[in-house]
Design a protein around this ligand. Structure first.
Ligand code: ADP
Ligand code: ZN
Ligand code: ZN
Length: 733
């Protein structure tokens, strides 16, 4: 019988990152287990705080006095022993605390004391003769009879204009009864049925291989429109047949109504949907439904990989190359890595799907660590679109100063005439992307960040895209006072305006961060475009994936170079992915699609290979660069990022850390250290930013060493300096 427990307390301090021993009161013997949340007295004042059980033992061999657990919070554990294996693994891999890792398994609602939501609903009892024969009572009884278990007392009174005191009298005499019922906060909307399609040969072969192969991890590399979603759904059905469960991960942006429509339409109430716009209550209820085994399938963004299924058979990660699968707060996990760990712990399968796999994943499939399944054709025999590259330097030479090339203008005009639809893609929101003084060259920057401000025509404000700060539009230069302040650079707002200038009768829609903030705004834009109530959809990377509209026959990429010019080793890969993905929106029906890619770097290899839809060649060229430069997948990167309002203290501290680590690394020729130096974006939200980068074979031991050293060296300035350690970060900016 376990009498003691090792408990992780809910306190974020690094010093407390270890299990503390507590005694179980006799009343809890045999009643609690790993993963239970409890209240424990902690610290000098014995304040009661939350704790999580991670160890249980019969005997206590230490000497100190031991405190007792005060109470158990839920009647069930919040995580399992298998989860605990993952928690320990993550803590080492991502250099963070137990608490960081525990928290990803638990919906925030738990910490707010959220429970099932219950309401007292009214039902009918027996209607006696005599005393209650008055019309008013009969009327109430009749109404309740027709609406049993739907309304509360006050709800009835409000909805049907009934006297509350009469209702109360009837309840007192048991003519009406009240009963508590659990209310679901999740969305029970019914979706149109989405019937299974007969798989084509390639799709069928893919399904068979996943189900029969001994390998655990698969890369489903299929061109855009090859019907990957249908494959996922067939695999999920197979899991349900085997009485197993499945998780489908999609990047947040791809949680389009379309994906949800398809899955809800196929699996109905068997599936839970998780997206960032759920309330804490909705999230909690869905989580509990899964935990109680009432749902077999979940579809959601990154964190859905931690959902508490008990008998998981399959994890699918759609668009596996997407950056949003990597968390940028602790634990800084990658959903792909968690998926693999989960699969090895519980023996399920992992399917990674993409038209443009990440370099890391494709490299591993080449080394046969992952089984590669390739789909070369579009599912419904549609042809891949034809891509034309337009050199914008030549447009200038031909005196075209517009943001649209002649080719794109003509193509737009043609589609408008034919009543076909158009998608225009530009990965930058706002109107003008920087504002500067013609006379002295001053660029207007945010007061809190080292970022130039973007002009937004809606609201007529300058806005910082990092901290959200807004400034009034300047009428003169802050530095020299000159009145020649000019607006440069093009964002989605400007494209929309230009379209209105050139094609006044075209009906446009804009889909970017600014137009999709409301709870249903994304869906509204989507529906309008699907119903062909708009001709042109203009947007940021939100339009690049997931959309499957048969009437779209033209895609315009306004500036393919944008992502190319970022000082980041992934910029070629990102450019290739974006262009391929957005091009893939065209020609999904019977009519052939055309893509016009505008660029100032027409000879760049990522643009050229995206245009010829040649992933293999892109991969071959890029992997060689990675090898020469020793970038992932040939090495790992460990990024130490430090930030502070106090710039001097920051520089002094990071240089200290730098010198110490440099000395330590002297005899290690497998790891290179770069920096300390200021980050590319040297200030965000009033915090100055510096970094140190390690490149090489980063194992757990090295990571743990770095973590210990950094926290030790910084312990006196810990209140003034923020540290982040990230293994294989998304970006080095
Ligand atoms: P991907 O995710 O690979 O880009 P989708 O899953 O969106 O592709 O599929 C593209 C289109 O092909 C969709 O409209 C889908 O309904 C259709 N489709 C998929 N599988 C089949 C099939 N076996 N037969 C006919 N049409 C299919
Ligand atoms: Zn000036
Ligand atoms: Zn800012």
């Amino acid at each position: 019988m376990y009498k003691y427990a090792g408990i992780i307390v809910n306190n974020a301090s690094i010093q407390l990152d270890k299990p503390f021993t507590y005694r179980l009161p006799v009343s809890m013997y045999g009643k609690i287990d790993i993963g239970y949340r409890v209240k424990v007295p902690f610290g000098m004042g014995n304040k009661k705080i939350d704790g999580f059980i991670v160890e249980l033992y019969d005997e206590y061999k230490g000497t100190g006095r031991i405190k007792e657990i005060a109470e158990v919070c839920e009647e069930f554990p919040l995580f399992t022993e298998r989860d605990l294996i993952l928690i320990r693994e993550m803590r080492e891999k991502y250099l963070c605390t137990y608490l960081d890792c525990i928290k990803v398994f638990i919906p925030t609602g738990v910490f707010k004391g959220m429970k099932n939501k219950r309401e007292s609903l009214v039902y009918c009892g027996n209607m006696p003769e005599g005393k209650f024969s008055k019309e008013i009572y009969k009327n109430i009884y009749k109404i309740v009879k027709n609406n049993e278990g739907i309304f509360t007392k006050s709800g009835l009174s409000r909805e049907f204009n009934l006297s509350l005191s009469s209702i109360n009298t009837m309840i007192k005499n048991q003519i009406l009864l009240v009963q508590d019922k659990v209310i679901n906060r999740y969305n029970e909307r019914i979706y149109a049925q989405y019937l299974p399609k007969n798989l084509n040969k390639e799709q069928q072969a893919a399904v068979t291989r996943v189900l029969s192969s001994k390998k655990r991890t698969f890369l489903l590399h299929g061109v855009t429109g090859s019907g990957k979603t249908e494959i996922y759904m067939h695999l999920v059905s197979e899991m349900i047949n085997q009485d197993k469960e499945a998780i489908i991960l999609v990047p947040e942006i791809a949680l389009t109504p379309q994906m949800v429509e398809r899955f809800k339409g196929r699996f109905g109430k068997d599936i839970s949907v998780f997206h960032s716009k759920l309330s804490d209550g909705e999230r909690y209820d869905e989580w509990l439904r899964i935990k109680m085994g009432k749902v077999k399938v979940a579809i959601g963004a990154r964190s859905a990989v931690f959902l508490p299924f008990n008998n998981l058979g399959l994890i699918v990660i759609d668009e596996e190359h997407e950056g949003s699968y990597k968390s940028d707060s602790n634990p800084k996990y990658h959903a792909r890595e968690i998926g693999e760990l989960k699969c090895s712990i519980s023996g399920c399968k992992l399917v990674l799907g993409s038209a443009t796999p990440s370099m890391e994943t494709y490299y591993r499939s080449r080394k046969d660590e992952i089984e590669l399944i390739t789909l070369t054709n579009r599912a419904d025999n549609a042809e891949l679109p034809e891509v034309e590259i337009v050199d914008m330097r030549e447009e200038l030479l031909n005196n075209n100063k517009s943001i649209f090339s002649k080719k794109l203008q003509e193509a737009i005009e043609d589609r408008l005439k034919k009543k076909e639809q158009i998608i225009l893609f530009l990965n930058r929101r706002g109107f003008s992307t920087f504002v500067s003084c013609r006379k002295c060259g001053y660029v207007f920057k945010c007061n809190n960040c080292d970022i130039s401000l973007t002009y937004h025509s809606e609201g007529k404000k300058l806005m910082c895209h990092y901290c959200g700060e807004k400034q009034a539009v300047p009428n003169k230069c802050t530095k020299c006072g000159s009145k020649y302040v000019k607006y440069f650079g093009v964002g989605t707002e400007k494209i929309e305006q230009e379209i209105k200038n050139y094609f006044p009768s075209a009906r446009t829609l804009r889909m970017d961060f600014d137009t999709t903030r409301g709870k249903n705004s994304y869906e509204q834009i989507y529906n309008t475009f699907r119903d062909e109530k708009a001709d042109i959809l203009i947007g940021t990377q939100m339009v690049a994936k997931g959309l499957d509209f048969k009437n779209v026959t033209l895609v315009g990429v306004i500036a393919a170079d944008l992502s190319l010019n970022l000082p980041d080793f992934r910029s070629a890969e990102r450019t290739f992915q974006l262009i391929t993905q957005v091009s893939g929106r065209a020609g999904r029906g019977e009519k052939k699609g055309v893509v016009v890619v505008q660029t100032y770097n027409p000879e760049n290899f990522s643009i050229r290979y995206a245009a010829s839809n040649d992933y293999e060649s892109f991969y071959t060229e890029e992997i060689e660069l990675r090898e020469n430069m020793e970038y992932p997948p040939f090495s790992d990167i460990l990024l130490i990022n430090m930030s502070s309002k106090n710039e001097n203290l920051l520089i002094k501290s990071i240089q200290n850390v730098g010198i110490f680590l440099k000395n330590r690394l002297e005899e290690n020729d497998k790891i290179n250290m770069l920096g300390p130096c200021p980050c590319e974006i040297s200030k965000i939200k009033e915090l100055y930013r510096w970094q140190i980068i390690f490149k090489g074979k980063i194992d757990k031991e090295f990571g743990e060493n770095i973590r210990k050293t950094v926290y030790e060296l910084l312990k006196d300035v810990y209140n003034d300096i923020r540290v982040s350690i990230d293994v294989n970060p998304n970006s080095l900016l």
